[in-house]
Design a protein around this ligand. Structure first.
Ligand SMILES: Cc1cc2nc3c(=O)[nH]c(=O)nc-3n(C[C@H](O)[C@H](O)[C@H](O)COP(=O)(O)OP(=O)(O)OC[C@H]3O[C@@H](n4cnc5c(N)ncnc54)[C@H](O)[C@@H]3O)c2cc1C
Length: 401
């Protein structure tokens, strides 16, 4: 009989969802978050249908739906010729009660989940608590924690490393973060200019060999929202150059009116990786979310796959802790989530980037034509939407023994 709590290192969206999913099943859980409060930086902002369904089951889907913008249609565009394909998630409304992409900043989900955790007697979130390492034996995990009152050790039955891409848990496990980092960084900025006026749907991907981009409307002080746009940059550029007004304006003017200046509400630059940890488990220590895998944002799959990890892992951990399942069932978590990430999330996001940036005009034309045909054929469009909405990846994971 395990008496120590499960400790989750990292109070980002994945760690908090893992904690809520465990606590809802009666497991005592502690979340260690190194920051003083929920980080509010702008990062992922797309939730796919199966993710909203999982959040519904945890009692927090409704609050997220209230805060987000439903985007039922999205476009693939060519920078010079305009719309290539438009996909309508209504085609898969028999597969999900949420046939749309839900756009909402991830920190709003974190806040909703945090608030739900504070209502539960078996869950605690400790801010300003940084996990610095761990040791483990057959009976549990001893976690070193830096706290405002000095170093402490917490004894846990299991440790979930949801401490992001630079995960100290992953490094202590000695797992490799296998894969690569793209040479170019991504510029992300936001403008209140309403792109619907130019025929854009709330989510659009624009193909171009040099200046491809991805566009997502986000909620911002009510409708019509604010438009986040991600562009690649040249590998040699300095951060100051990338973030300069002149460079940001040149990117947005490149596909809108070249004679107009656009208000820029926010801008940032970040490095993008395609990596998967060599294992997600070392005995009683498990990885989830960005600690376990990282990918480019084209398709909005990183955070979603992290939440799918969190829910999958919590179900198995609760079953192990209640004695319903042997500890070995945690290896099934690794097989299901690691394999699906490689086969599906890594492959799709790399393919999405290659589609947008293709330089060879013949290959480019061929791929865009293929997408045009896919969108025009109901059966093909449906199959494509089941993949891009991540329904297929969740179904695939369930099949893995
Ligand atoms: C700048 C940026 C922009 C992004 N934009 C997009 C986007 O547009 N679309 C998209 O799909 N994805 C995007 N991503 C990726 C997306 O944000 C992640 O997939 C998502 O945040 C993963 O959630 P997580 O909870 O696993 O990790 P995180 O959100 O990174 O949360 C990890 C948490 O752990 C805490 N922590 C770290 N170390 C410790 C420690 N040792 N002890 C305790 N706590 C610790 C951190 O403070 C943080 O709160 C972006 C990422 C970055 C960095």
């Amino acid at each position: 009989m395990e008496t120590n709590p499960v400790v989750v290192a990292g109070g980002g969206p994945v760690g908090l969802v893992a904690a809520l999913a465990l606590a809802r099943q009666g497991v005592e859980v502690i979340v260690l978050e190194s920051e003083k409060a929920i980080p509010r930086d702008l990062r992922a902002g797309t939730f796919h249908p199966p993710t909203v369904e999982m959040l519904d089951a945890l009692g927090v889907g409704g609050s997220l739906l209230e805060k987000g913008i439903k985007v039922p249609e999205w476009q693939l565009r060519d920078r010079s010729s305009g719309v290539v394909a438009q996909f309508d998630l209504g085609l898969i409304s028999d597969e999900t009660p949420h046939p749309f992409r839900l756009h909402c900043e991830q920190h709003k989900l974190s806040q909703i989940v945090h608030d739900a955790l504070t209502e539960l007697p078996n869950a605690r979130v400790l801010f300003s608590h940084r996990c610095t390492g761990f040791t483990q034996d057959g009976g549990g995990v001893s976690i070193s924690v830096e706290t405002p009152s000095g170093p402490e050790e917490i004894r846990a039955s299991y440790l979930v490393g949801a401490d992001g891409a630079h995960s100290i848990v992953r490094k202590t496990m000695n797992a490799e973060f296998e894969g690569f980092t793209w040479p170019e960084r991504f510029l992300v900025f936001a403008t209140p200019y309403d792109l619907r006026e130019q025929g854009f749907t709330g989510n659009a991907y624009v193909a171009d060999p040099d200046e491809w981009c991805a566009i997502f409307v986000q909620p911002h002080e009510g409708p019509p929202g604010i438009w986040r746009i991600a562009f690649p940059t040249q590998p040699g550029m300095s951060e100051d150059e990338i973030l300069s007004e002149q460079f940001v304006q040149s990117r947005i003017k490149g596909f809108l009116d070249p004679d107009q200046d656009y208000e820029i509400a926010y801008r940032s630059v970040y490095r993008v990786h395609q990596r998967v940890a060599s294992t997600f488990r070392e005995q009683r220590v498990l990885l989830a979310g960005d600690a376990a895998h990282a990918n480019n944002p084209l398709g909005g799959m990183g955070l979603n796959s992290g939440i799918h990890d969190a829910v999958n892992l919590a179900e198995k951990l609760a079953a192990v802790l209640s004695g319903e399942e042997p500890q070995d069932c945690l290896d099934r978590y690794v097989r299901q989530r690691r394999q699906t990430n490689i086969e599906y999330v890594q492959a799709t996001t790399i393919r999405n980037k290659r589609l947008l940036e293709e330089r060879d005009p013949d290959i480019r034309q061929e791929r865009l034509d293929e997408m045009r045909k896919t969108a025009a054929d109901k059966d093909k469009a449906r199959a494509y939407l089941l993949n891009s909405s991540m329904i297929a990846s969740v179904q695939r994971a369930r099949q893995i023994q």
